[in-house]
Design a protein around this ligand. Sequence first.
Ligand code: 5GP
Length: 508
Amino acid sequence: MKKGTRKIDSFFKKMDRQGEAVSYNDIRLKTGYSEITPSSPDMDTSSLFSRRVKLKIPIVSSPMDTVTEAKMAIAIAKLGGLGIIHKALSPKEQAAMVGRVKHHLNAFVSDPICVSPDNTIGEILQMKKDKGYKFYSFLVRDSSGLIVGLVTHNDFDFCRDKDTRISKIMSTEIICAKPDITIQGAYRQMMETKKKILPVFNHDGSLRGIYTWADVSRIVLKSSETFNVDGRGSLVVGAAIGVGADLEERMNFLNREKVNVVVIDTAHGDSKKVIDAVKFCKKYYSQIDVVAGNISEPSSAKHLVRAGVDGIRVGQGPGSICTTRVIAGIGCPQVTAIYNCAKAVRGSGVPICGDGGIEYSGDIPIALAAGAHNVMMGKALAGTTESPGDIIHKGGRTVKSYRGMGSLGAMIEHKTSRERYGQTDLTPDKLVPEGVEAEIDYKGDLNIIVSLLIGGLKAGMGYVGAKNIAALHRKADFHKISGTGLRESHPHGLLNMKDAPNYRGEKL
Ligand code: 5GP
């Protein structure tokens, strides 16, 4: 095989000659000689979402108002993936959610939340509630900027009067660490002093930040090995942005909360407005990675790379709640779209996200084999405890709602949804939806669903003989299957089949 070519190239060349494009149900991976099993410790599912944003598992939750808010983003990052917080929120609300994820876990907090000695306990408890902070340890900073004390969980527990001022309960004896202390050093010092918060001051006496016990111990004792954290020790999180008038304001807020990556979330990524937005973000916020989409053609992928993107989101119409393909008559079956876009930018270092259409766990190794570096999912992660929205008991079923961001309901409610589909200024009676609103069965906790999805991915990699995603890209090849082949792939000819945890007859 020539350098730079892959086994799948001849499969897709043949498909192209025949004028055919394929999706998940049209193909299966060929098995290959294997020295790896799914449960082997050498099996490595790590990948990239964008040039600088890593993933321990190649799963990203979609920026949809029934899929990803702070709770989902925290849970999925703790499992090694990434959540993209949706943009049907004001810039301030969205940034507050990003902040919630960022403050959820912090080995070293460089800009800790400080309180004033004049604050009352009641005021601090209200701030915790408003901002969603789970922690109780705060440094106390006076009006001149000096750190004068510390309050921790105990101080709140043993003080019943909410009007008590912080200055009355704070401890003024602050044990601090040397400026160059490592996380291991911080762990040892905290063990010795039995203090759950360890401030670090610069040589000039200014505050450099704090170490917090829960996270330091979790990291040192490796109980957080699965967590997807950035270089500052906080959970990785992304946020969707649009190309409308609030772009600058949204970026400004998200930047303040130290978002890792923004996703320019539009239905047509190969457009002037998206390219201009990419250039704007790269020029003024170069520390934040920019992923853009959605696209499905190779020329579009090239345009985005030329504009300077750090990642590309592929998928126009494969989603379970999408109607774009039938309403607008456009799009390309998803696996061919992933292959063509990935091939067009092969060697550029820009990762590809295969977005939408994942029905079964076996679709994930297929998407990655076609050239994706990660998959984005809506339906497979919606309906979990961590997805936004209430659990509804209805006609003997337990359900949650799941809807397209281009559905009528979402478009009426959110300007950003109208903007995603280029219908910003239309009145409700003129809107042309490109998605539907639905309910799906409540599935329980996210970790169970993700473990089944990743289990299926590892099984697929084991059959191909690929111990990591790069090997899957190199070794994978496809069989095209017929309708009978597809029927044979599913359980068939049975009576009273019981649901398996990852197979319901009726998809995940
Ligand atoms: P799923 O995982 O449910 O198959 O697909 C989720 C993906 O569908 C999302 O990540 C997003 O790209 C896309 N999507 C979300 N809402 C809509 C919509 O209303 N219309 C269309 N065409 N696509 C949507």
